[in-house]
Design a binder for this molecule. Structure first.
Ligand code: SF4
Length: 480
């Protein structure tokens, strides 16, 4: 799988993405469509705003008693004959899944879309252990064939145009000359995958929710592959972050009412699959064994941490679609499993603040993500916290720390600030034209590489105010 080269600075990765016109076109088309669908969907749903508030309250209340809800979930699943495993780290989660596969003698595994398994790089671990993972969600299937990573939380192949997918299928599946017709391409994928479901020894899925009361694992999909992966193979393993637990079925209904609307603008996803343990006597389908892997991987540390609210996330992807940064550079430029505004927070949660010392600045803090988020997660506030942490822990490069340290000192001292303004006004003269600076020299050139900088005004507000006060005092004022 081609991993992004994290040794390449974020700025360079972003520049590469900005220079890729296919990527820009694919991103613009897809995110604009998602946004319009979301707007329409909430537009004719007056209860939506109240349900968003309610969903937020449920998330907060659940976090406050997470241990109790998890205990109830484990009891309910075990009562129904399922097994629950607890993984503290990604490494432990991989080992648990590999052990289950080994005991089951699994050679082929079908997977439905799961960011949790992407988070732990499960496919690579399965392949290394001689087990063949087959992605069955169309988007995931495309990127598996392309040896890439997902570039969006719900639309993993959002960065590919139809033409690119047709070319990929023609080459990778040995079917030359396929047209860039979505119907034809979907039919081809279905033909390839159908028989794989029947041959697979094990199905691996994520979980959108797990209901503590009933031990129900909930999968929200649009393609029906989720229910095939959970019911056809002998063994079903669901991998889930432990924050996905919801207390009751009534709570689940609140989330279902807003999740699909936020993600794809649908009232409800095409398939909502409820899984309750292995097949019971008298049932016709379902696996012999059911396992839930409850994954911590840095989550519980944040219950009392600065990123607590990020644990509310439903992984709907709406914040990516509205983010002016994501919409331009797409997911791969972020460099980690989770892209977009929420991705920066999750990356810090999983990999520590050092991993996001640059990414924490990849946001205009415009707040569009908060407006779009179904549970109103205050992402900008946490990004500012992260920036502060990066500065305090001295993770940022010394040049950046020195420049911003000096800037902070100037802002804290009014007299110094006034002198700095006067100096900047003099220094900017060779570069300023009609109130804008289009190009700065040397070290500062990055500021003006892609946009103009407003020049320091000929007279600042304070200078003008002082002037007016003087005019008033002398009686010569010409106030409008
Ligand atoms: S932060 Fe909110 S908008 Fe973004 S993926 Fe999570 S739930 Fe969706």
């Amino acid at each position: 799988m081609s991993e992004p080269d994290l040794a390449v600075p974020l700025r360079r990765r972003a520049e590469q993405a900005l220079g890729d016109r296919f990527l820009r076109r694919a991103l613009d088309t897809a995110t604009t469509k998602f946004l319009e669908l979301r707007r329409e969907s909430f537009g004719d749903f007056p209860e939506g705003e109240t349900l968003r508030d309610r969903a937020r309250e449920i998330k907060e209340a659940t976090l406050q008693a997470l241990d109790r809800h998890l205990e109830r979930l484990v009891e309910a699943i075990e009562r129904r004959g399922g097994h629950v495993h607890y993984a503290t780290t990604d490494e432990e989660a991989r080992r648990i899944v590999l052990d289950i596969a080994k005991r089951a003698g699994a050679k082929t595994v079908v997977k439905s879309k799961s960011m949790a398994t992407e988070e732990i790089h499960l496919n690579a671990a399965l392949e290394a252990a001689g087990v063949t993972p087959i992605e069955t969600d169309l988007g995931e299937y495309i990127i598996q064939l392309a040896h890439e990573r997902p570039s969006h939380i719900i639309a993993p192949a959002i960065h590919k145009t139809r033409g690119q997918v047709a070319e990929l299928f023609s080459k990778a599946l040995g079917r030359p000359g396929l047209p860039d017709d979505p119907e034809v391409l979907t039919r081809v994928a279905r033909e390839e995958l159908r028989e794989k479901f029947l041959r697979a020894d094990m199905g691996i899925t994520g979980a959108n929710f797990a209901v503590a009361d009933t031990g129900t694992i909930v999968l929200v999909t649009n393609e029906g592959n989720g229910r095939m992966a959970t019911s056809l193979p002998r063994v079903h393993v669901a991998v889930m972050g432990l924050e996905k637990v919801v207390p009751t079925m009534s709570d689940l209904v609140v989330f279902l009412a807003i999740l699909a609307r936020s993600a794809t603008g649908q009232r409800l996803s095409v398939y909502t699959t409820l899984v309750q343990g292995p097949r019971r006597p008298g049932e016709l389908d379902g696996p012999d064994e059911f396992h839930l892997v409850l994954m911590d991987n840095g989550r519980t540390r944040q219950i009392a941490g600065t990123l607590r609210e990020a644990l509310y996330c439903l992984r709907c992807g709406a914040c990516l679609n509205v983010c002016p940064v994501y919409r331009q550079i797409g997911g791969h430029a972020y460099g980690y499993t989770y892209p977009g505004p929420i991705g920066i927070l999750l990356t810090s949660m999983l990999n520590g603040p050092g991993a996001v010392k640059d990414l924490a600045h990849a946001s205009s803090l415009c707040g569009a993500c908060v407006d779009a988020c179904p549970v109103r997660i205050d992402i900008p506030r946490m990004l500012i916290e992260l920036r502060k942490e990066v500065a305090e822990r001295r993770i940022a490069p010394w040049t950046e720390r020195t420049v911003f340290g000096a800037f902070a000192r100037v802002l804290e001292r009014p007299a110094l600030y006034r002198r700095a303004v006067r100096a900047a006004r003099a220094l900017q003269r060779p570069f300023a034209r009609q109130g804008r600076i289009a190009r700065l020299p040397a070290l500062f050139s990055h500021w003006t590489k892609t946009r103009d900088l407003p020049a320091v005004a000929e007279r600042t507000f304070r200078e003008r105010w002082a002037e007016l006060a003087r005019e008033d005092a002398s009686g010569s004022g010409t106030r409008p």
